[in-house]
Design a binder for this molecule. Structure first.
Ligand SMILES: [Zn+2]
Length: 113
C-alpha cells in the first residue's frame, strides 16, 4: 500500500519533465529499487497504470533495477553486496550494513518524445 504515494510522486515528476522537455508522451521509465525499501514491482506497476491515466506517462513501460544492500566487513574492510548472509566473501568475517544502502527508490532515466 505504501507504493501509492511513491507512484503518485513518479507521475508528478514525469508531468514536470514532459513539460520541461516538450515531450508529449513518456514511453519508458527506469526505476531503481533497493532491496530493503520494501517496494514491490508488481504494486508499483498496478498503481502506476491507474495513476498515470491521462498523464504524459500513461502506458509507459516501467523498468525495474534492483540494488542490493551493501555490507562492510568488520575485519578486512571489504565492501560487498548483500546476498545470502552477512559473511565476508574474502575473509569470512562479520559485516555491517552500510547505512542508507538498499533503501534507494528513484527514477534512474526515462524516454519520451
Ligand atoms: Zn573481510
Amino acid at each position: 500500500m505504501h507504493e501509492l504515494p511513491v507512484v503518485l510522486d513518479i507521475v508528478h515528476v514525469m508531468d514536470e519533465e514532459a513539460n520541461k522537455n516538450g515531450m508529449k508522451e513518456i514511453t519508458r521509465i527506469s526505476l531503481v529499487i533497493g532491496e530493503l525499501s520494501s517496494i514491490i514491482d508488481e504494486s508499483v506497476q498496478m498503481y502506476f497504470e491507474i495513476a498515470a491515466k491521462d498523464h504524459p506517462c500513461e502506458g509507459a513501460k516501467l523498468v525495474f533495477e534492483h540494488r542490493p544492500a551493501m555490507l562492510k566487513c568488520q575485519s578486512c574492510g571489504k565492501e560487498f553486496p548483500h546476498e545470502k548472509n552477512f559473511q565476508c566473501p574474502d575473509c569470512g568475517g562479520d559485516s555491517n550494513l552500510i547505512k542508507g544502502t538498499g533503501r534507494e527508490f528513484y527514477i534512474l532515466s526515462f524516454d519520451g518524445q
